[in-house]
Design a protein around this ligand. Structure first.
Ligand SMILES: NC(=O)c1ccc[n+]([C@@H]2O[C@H](COP(=O)([O-])OP(=O)(O)OC[C@H]3O[C@@H](n4cnc5c(N)ncnc54)[C@H](OP(=O)(O)O)[C@@H]3O)[C@@H](O)[C@H]2O)c1
Length: 252
């Protein structure tokens, strides 16, 4: 039996991941602010184990409590434990001079602090287990390449990348090291892309690029991206390259 924890599970990439994980040999734990009734129904129909926690992870203290509670309740007899930190928000766009504490705080909380808090509880709760432990941060190419008008988002994803590097370095000293990858998922046809396309070019000068990707049909589907990510998570060499991009694996 495998255990998967997926944040940002109600829509987009997270929902596609959960949909493909539902099955008799898995326990799936999902987190988001809103429910996804179709996924809950699919789980019931398949007799699959799906626990859903509704929470705004921007409240990082409440999220830490929830993460601790979820991890304390994990079954102890799984062969593999996988945490997919998928939750993310675009946050404020506009020049760096326009960023407010509120906008920055929410974006860094959701995109960086919440995944790190969940990782801390996951590592703590599973450290004495002999099973495999794998962590995926869903990062972004924008954590590695700057885009004008998106400093909050870019900085939050760069933070995830460095967090993964530090965790890998620390775990290398441990008896049963958890493996971690900060993974850019490509450009996916989700609500987040829709939000990007609606931005004022004065705030986000590259908005036309996103409009063009959509009109040319060049966005990846969430379902295909999820399929590739789950194949990646199962790779024997998972964790060898801790900063990676799913587009490096074009055949899944
Ligand atoms: N789409 C892309 O092209 C793209 C490119 C690179 C990286 N990414 C990354 O891929 C991941 C998934 O993105 P997506 O495109 O699927 O985004 P999305 O369609 O906007 O979905 C975001 C998910 O996160 C949840 N969420 C957002 N804010 C939350 C909060 N404060 N508390 C709890 N849950 C919250 C949402 O659910 P609720 O609204 O129900 O809470 C939803 O399930 C993100 O980390 C994103 O940064 C996406």
């Amino acid at each position: 039996m495998e255990v998967f924890i997926v944040s940002g599970a109600s829509r987009g990439l997270g929902a596609a991941l959960v949909a493909q994980l539902l099955g008799p040999e898995r326990r799936v734990i999902a987190i988001s602010r809103k429910p996804n009734d179709a996924l809950a129904q699919a789980a019931r129909a398949a007799g699959a184990w799906l626990d859903w926690y509704l929470q705004d992870v921007a409240d990082v203290t409440a999220h830490e409590d929830l993460a601790r509670a979820i991890c304390a309740e994990l079954p102890r007899d799984a062969s593999r434990y996988v945490l997919i930190n998928n939750v993310g928000m675009l946050g404020p766009v506009g020049g760096a001079e326009s960023l407010s504490a509120a906008g920055l705080g929410a974006t860094l909380a959701v995109n960086a602090t919440a995944p790190m808090v969940m990782t801390a509880q996951f590592l703590t709760a599973t450290q004495t287990l002999e099973a495999e432990r794998r962590i995926v941060h869903i990062s972004s190419g924008l954590g590695r390449n700057p885009m004008a008008g998106s400093a909050a988002y870019c900085a939050s994803k760069a933070a995830l990348d460095m967090h993964a590097r530090v965790v890998k370095t620390e775990q290398a000293q441990r008896a049963n090291p958890a493996r971690i990858v900060s993974l850019a998922p490509g450009v996916i046809d989700t609500d987040m892309q829709g939000e990007l396309r609606e931005k004022d070019p004065a705030a986000l000068p590259t908005v036309q690029r996103f409009l063009d990707l959509k009109s040319r049909g060049e966005l990846a589907s969430a379902a295909v991206t999820a399929q590739y990510i789950l194949a990646y998570v199962a790779r024997p060499d998972f964790g060898t390259t801790e900063i990676d991009d799913i587009r490096n694996y074009p055949n899944g």
